[in-house]
Design a protein around this ligand. Structure first.
Ligand code: ZN
Length: 463
């Protein structure tokens, strides 16, 4: 026998191997069933849903997909590689294939910056990168992994999570001031001022970049001795040329002049409504008059007084059958609420309102002629009583704040002093108040409180 050389032998072995493999493949192709996996091995995101991508099985051109047995599951909540096995039996021939499903973290971390847009830095100031936070679905807080890189006029924030997902945010830095100074008034930009009272023109001005001696040019003057409408203009320019102009409207009015509106609130105080009414009055820089009883918390009467409103008296009990059955009963009741107010505010009020008004007829049931007597007697004892000439409808006519608004605004007149009857214990009155004030301001009415010097506004006595 002729010996084969070493290299020739290896070549022959290789040849035999290739022939065998090919043979196997041909036999496998012809005689065995075939399974095709759609998409093959796949990668899915952590916590996403795994959905079978599909497969097909054939045997000698016949579709036998329905005979395929699928085994294995994917836990998408856990990183890892999962095998899904597909097998099909045709006679004694078994075909098996495996799909690998890689559950990976594909989600990028997020970087939260406090400058939303481009960054503006004052021209003569050093840029300090703002604070940031980085968060990843898997690694949670990765703020300490954030890399901040500055290159000239740009800055980049980048962070990588443990799975290698990266987030990069690039921002431009502009060394430019684009903001004008801020001018703010101690009072509001629309104020009403009683004739001859003191005008407070205090204002402050600040600028984001210009820290030294910012100049404000004020044009226009307020003459507190002459009634009228005054506009004062405030202009400030920072050293980079940004300008701010603000206007202030000052109405110098004669106390008790026609067109004045006295907002009056009866039957309070009451927690939940009076406090909110006080908030609105404060925001609108308006003073009003409260005719209080012995109900409600003391601190709301204290607030009314401290915030500059008039605290008037409405009787302690508001009980018609008691207060209108005798002169003594009425004054006992009035003195009771007077004591309360005095204890809270340290001030005795001379301003009163009769429950039901001086024109009420209900008092006839308890004592004929009592209102004729009382209206004279209260004045004799130094009190001043105030009825009203505008009903807000909140005493029973309506519970709708829109109706309250309408009833008040349609009756406001420039030809008289307006006294509006309202109740601070009613939520719908509170809800209508802001719009009533807005309407009044826009239409040139002056809101004021009743004071000791205010002329009495009374109705015709009917009993
Ligand atoms: Zn009342």
């Amino acid at each position: 026998m002729k010996k084969l050389g070493g290299s020739k032998f290896i070549l022959l072995l290789l040849l035999i191997f290739i022939v065998l493999i090919s043979l196997y493949a041909i036999i496998d192709y012809i005689y065995y069933p075939k399974i095709t996996l759609k998409k093959g091995d796949i990668v899915i995101n952590l916590n996403s849903k795994y959905k079978e991508p599909g497969y097909k099985a054939t045997y000698k051109d016949e579709d036998i997909t329905n005979n395929v047995f699928v085994e294995g599951s994917v836990n998408t909540k856990k990183l890892g590689v999962y095998n899904i096995n597909y097998s099909v039996i045709e006679g004694s021939k078994i075909k098996e294939v495996t799909r690998k499903v890689y559950v990976k973290d594909l989600e990028k971390p997020t970087i939260q910056l406090y400058d939303n847009n481009d960054i503006y830095v004052c021209p003569d100031e050093e840029f300090v990168p703002s604070k940031y936070k980085a968060y990843d679905n898997l690694d949670k807080d990765i703020t300490d992994k954030v890399k901040v890189i500055r290159k000239g006029a740009s800055i980049s924030y980048s962070v990588k999570d443990s799975s290698g997902n990266e987030t990069v945010i690039n921002k431009k830095i502009h060394y430019k001031d684009v903001e004008g100074p801020t001018i703010s008034f101690k009072t509001s930009d629309k104020i009403s001022l009683a004739l001859n009272s003191k005008y407070n023109d205090d204002y402050t001005v600040v600028d984001n970049c210009d820290k030294d001696n910012l100049n404000v040019e004020v044009t226009g003057k307020v003459d507190v001795k002459t009634p009228g409408e005054y506009i004062v203009k405030y202009k400030a320019v920072d050293k980079y040329g940004n300008k701010t102009v603000k206007k202030k409207k000052v109405d110098v009015f004669v106390k008790g002049a026609k067109g004045t509106v006295y907002l009056t609130f009866d039957d309070g105080p009451r927690e939940g409504t009076t406090d909110q009414i006080l908030d609105i009055l404060k925001e609108e820089h308006i003073k009003a008059t409260f005719f209080v009883t012995n109900s409600g918390p003391d601190d709301l009467i204290k607030r009314e007084y401290n915030e500059g409103h008039t605290v008037g008296l409405h009787t302690a009990s508001h009980n018609y059958s008691y207060i209108y059955s005798s002169i003594d009963n009425y004054f006992n009741d009035l003195e009771s609420v007077q004591d309360r107010v005095y204890k809270i505010t340290g001030n005795k009020s001379k301003i009163i309102r009769f429950p039901g008004g001086s024109s009420n007829t209900i008092s006839r049931r308890y004592k004929v002629g009592i209102m004729s007597e009382l209206t004279k007697e209260v004045v004799k004892r130094g009190y001043r009583y105030y009825d009203w000439n505008i009903l807000s409808g909140d005493a029973g006519e309506t519970t709708d704040s829109r109706v309250v608004y309408q009833m008040v605004t349609e009756k406001l007149s420039k030809d008289r002093v307006n006294v509006v009857l309202m109740h601070d214990i009613k939520s719908y009155t509170k809800d209508a108040l802001r719009d009533i004030i807005k309407y009044g301001k826009e239409n040139g009415f002056i809101f004021d409180k009743i004071e000791d010097s205010s002329e009495m506004i009374v109705q015709r006595v009917n009993n």
